[in-house]
Design a protein. Structure first.
Length: 473
C-alpha cells in the first residue's frame, strides 16, 4: 500500500534538514507505508536516501529554496528532504518533492585547516572518512581566500559534522548559514548575536534568544574578519511529530540525560525497551541509528538501537593471481602488493585449509586484509578453483590518488585505470547504482573514500584495468 505524504511547513523542513542530516526516515503505515526521508544522498539513477530508491521523475526539485532544479544538480553526500511515498517491501519510493539546502555557504575563516576539520564562518566543521569532498586540491590547501558550501548536521558541541564539502571557485551571490546562537546582545547598535567564533550584526535581533537555531543571510562581501553584517536573521522552529509516526533516525546523541533517555539531533528518545548492555554505550556525540514510534508526548519510543562505529580498521580486499612468495615474514604477492600471513596466534590468518607451503604462484586467490601502518595483514585468504583470467580480478581499498581527467586512481598502492568514456568501465555509487564518471570522481575524498573494482591486473605494467568500479558505503 502507498499513501501520499502530508505536507510540512517550510520551517519544519528546514529543521529536519539541519537536525536529521545524519539520515533518517519518518514513515507511517507499516511495511507498505509512506513517509518523510531526510538523509544524505548515497546514489543516483533516481535518488538513493537511507537505502530507499526514490523515483523523482515527477517530483518538484528544489535547491536552496528555489524550485526548478534538475536531477543532475544533486550530488552524493548532500542532505536532502524528500516528501513522497515509500514501499518498504521493495525498498523503493516515489518522491513528490526533493529539497536540498546547505548548512553553511561562505568563506573559510582560518588559514590552518587540518585533514579532519576546517573553520567556515567561525564554525568548526568536522571532516570524517565518510565526508564527500569536492575540492580543487586537498583539504589542507583551503585558506581564507577559499569559499565553500557545507552539508551536514550539528553535534552536541555545536560543531558541524560535514557530509559533503564543495569548494566554490566562481564566487557566490550571498552568504548563508544555519547557526546556533551562543549569546545575544541588544545593547549595542546594531544588535549582535554570537555563534561560536562568529559575530552577526543586524538592526533588530529582539526576536532571537540564546540557543535558538537561526538562518542568517548576508551579502557576499559582508564578512569582515569574524563579523558578519546580516540582511536577515530568521529563527528556525523545531518540527512537531504526530503521535504514531514511525521513525528510522540516524544521527548523533546531542543531549544525554540517562542511558535510556537522550536526544538524537533534536528528537528525544526513550530507550527503556532496549538491552541495557547496548544503552550503556550511549554518550554525547555517539553516532546511532534508532527505530521506533512517536508517543503522545512527542518522544521516540525505540524498539531498535544500533551503535555506529566511526573508528573501524582500514579494510582491503583483492582478488588475483599469486605472482610471488616470500618469507620472513611469510607473504604472498598479489597485484603487485605483498600480503602477510600470520600463523600461531589467536589472530592467525584464515587460509581456508591452505598453508603458506601449499599456496603456489599462479594460484588465484581472494584476500581480505587490513592496513597495519603500511603492512597488509591477511585476515582471510581463499583459493579459487577457476584461474584468474579475463575480468576475474578484484580490488577494494582506500583511494590515495584520483584524477578525474585521466580516470586513474591509486588503491592499496596499485594504479587503477578506468575508462571515463564509459565504453569499458561502469561507474557506480554506494548502492550499486550507475553514476557518471564526473559524479564518481567528485565524490572521492583522498585517503578516506573506499572503492571496490572488478577487472584485470597486468603484471607487466602493474596496473589494474577496471571494468566495474563502485564507491563503498
Amino acid at each position: 500500500m502507498k499513501q501520499l505524504l502530508k505536507h510540512l511547513l517550510p520551517a519544519i523542513v528546514m529543521i529536519s534538514l539541519v537536525s536529521c542530516g545524519g539520515g533518517g526516515t519518518v514513515a507511517s503505515g507499516g511495511s507498505g507505508g509512506t513517509g518523510i526521508s531526510t538523509g544524505s544522498i548515497s546514489g543516483f539513477g533516481s535518488i538513493f536516501v537511507n537505502g530507499i530508491e526514490f523515483d523523482i521523475s515527477g517530483a518538484t526539485l528544489e535547491r536552496n529554496g528555489t524550485a526548478g532544479a534538475s536531477e543532475n544538480e544533486f550530488e552524493l553526500g548532500e542532505v536532502v528532504f524528500i516528501q513522497g511515498s515509500i514501499d518498504t517491501d521493495s525498498g523503493t519510493g516515489v518522491a513528490t518533492t526533493v529539497s536540498y539546502d546547505e548548512i553553511l555557504r561562505g568563506p573559510v575563516t582560518n588559514d590552518n585547516p587540518t585533514s579532519s576539520s576546517i573553520e567556515v564562518l567561525g564554525q568548526q566543521v568536522l571532516v570524517l572518512p565518510s565526508t564527500v569532498l569536492q575540492l580543487t586540491g586537498v583539504l589542507t590547501d583551503l585558506d581564507t581566500s577559499s569559499i565553500v558550501e557545507v552539508s551536514g548536521y550539528y553535534n552536541a558541541n555545536r560543531n558541524l559534522v560535514a557530509t559533503r564539502i564543495v569548494e566554490i571557485t566562481s564566487g557566490i551571490a550571498s552568504i548563508e548559514a544555519k547557526l546556533f546562537v551562543s549569546s545575544i546582545d541588544t545593547n549595542p547598535s546594531p544588535d549582535e548575536l554570537v555563534s561560536n567564533g562568529l559575530t552577526v550584526t543586524l538592526a533588530d535581533l529582539s526576536h532571537v534568544s540564546p540557543d535558538d537555531l537561526v538562518q542568517v543571510e548576508a551579502a557576499s562581501g559582508a564578512l569582515s574578519g569574524l563579523t558578519l553584517t546580516a540582511t536577515s536573521v530568521t529563527v528556525i522552529q523545531p518540527a512537531n511529530l504526530a503521535q504514531g509516526t514511525e521513525i528510522e533516525l540516524e544521527g548523533i546523541v546531542t543531549t544525554y540525560i540517562t542511558p535510556e533517555n537522550f536526544f538524537v539531533n533534536v528528537i528525544e528518545v526513550d530507550a527503556t525497551g532496549i538491552d541495557p548492555a547496548l544503552t550503556a554505550l550511549i554518550a554525547l556525540n555517539v553516532r546511532v541509528e534508532v527505530e521506533g514510534v512517536i508517543n503522545a508526548s512527542g518522544i521516540l519510543v525505540a524498539d531498535s538501537l544500533e551503535i555506529k562505529d566511526e573508528e573501524e580498521d582500514v579494510q582491503l580486499e583483492v582478488s588475483g593471481e599469486i605472482s610471488d612468495k616470500k618469507t620472513v615474514p611469510d607473504r604472498v604477492t598479489v597485484q603487485g602488493n605483498d600480503y602477510v600471513i600470520i600463523t600461531g596466534t589467536p589472530d592467525a590468518s584464515d587460509l581456508h585449509g591452505d598453508t603458506f607451503d601449499s599456496l603456489q604462484t599462479g594460484h588465484c586467490v581472494h584476500i581480505h586484509a587490513f592496513d597495519d601502518s603500511g603492512d597488509f595483514i591477511i585476515e582471510e585468504l581463499e583459493r579459487k578453483d577457476d584461474p584468474c583470467n579475463g575480468d576475474n580480478g578484484e580490488i577494494e581499498g582506500t583511494v590515495s590518488y584520483a584524477n578525474g581527467s585521466t580516470g586513474e586512481l591509486t588503491v592499496n598502492g596499485t594504479t587503477v585505470i578506468t575508462d571515463i568514456t564509459e565504453v569499458t568501465t561502469t561507474f557506480r555509487g554506494p548502492n550499486d547504482n550507475p553514476i557518471s564518471p564526473e559524479s564518481f570522481f567528485n565524490s572521492i575524498s583522498i585517503d578516506s573514500t573506499e572503492i571496490h573494482a572488478y577487472g584485470s591486473y597486468n603484471s607487466g605494467t602493474g596496473e589494474f584495468s577496471a571494468t566495474d568500479i563502485m564507491i563503498e558505503d
